[in-house]
Design a protein around this ligand. Sequence first.
Ligand SMILES: [Zn+2]
Length: 274
Amino acid sequence: MPEGPETRRMADSISTALIDKKIISFSFFHEQLDPLKALSNISVFNALSKGKAIIIRINGGLSIITHNQLYGKWTFNRPDTQMKTNRQLRIELVTEKKAVRLWSATNIILCKTIDEHLHSYINRIGPDVLDDTTDQSVIRKRLIEKKFRNRILSSTLLDQSFIAGIGNYLRSEILFFSRLNHLKKPSKLDEAQLNNLAKEIKNVSLRAYLQKGKTMDYDSIRKLFGNTDNFKRLRHMVFGRAGQPCFICGDTVIKQFSSSRRVYLCTTCQEFSV
Ligand SMILES: [Zn+2]
């Protein structure tokens, strides 16, 4: 499933293709969007992400909110490109240069822009990890809230009501960079560990957004190894690397299951006492 960084990049692509551009044709194939078929024109004012949802604000004070879940997909093509797909088309917005389409997603609603916060997904998620206002101190405060302080980190990090936008690969990578294992609880961390965890939740997610899904910290790698040549093609420090050596200590990265999702870790780098 796309996580916050991937969803934010999709919203960026929608923004680039559609904001302030003349939409010359549009089609909608989802009952929630039927009222839009009566419009004579559509203008996109804004496209943004909240957690794993995309919000597209259009004329008439309306917003389209989509959540792709596992199967939804946005595509961006030249208008004359023939699309070969078995997927169901849901949304098509075409400008002179781009055809922006949403396929397969079923979780789509149309609402007034002022009512976005009432959407069943938006109203139960926590602060978006990529939002500028979600800084280290906001995240640190949430970690020690009653609801989260005594829960294991592997469960909290995937809970979208904690901080929205963190998914499975980010979970393993955040824990690795924080040097904590997934069974730790915030209430058992000292001040430095809490601050560091809050910092890494933000930094790893931001790097994944800026580096197209790569969580590698190239500044640290350069300091440690003198250059980044051997790391350019790698995506993650531990996620998806079971059986391979940890880049930092050489111990073997292992895979476990936690909250029914796979988690990857180095038991040497990530303190294993609970
Ligand atoms: Zn290690």
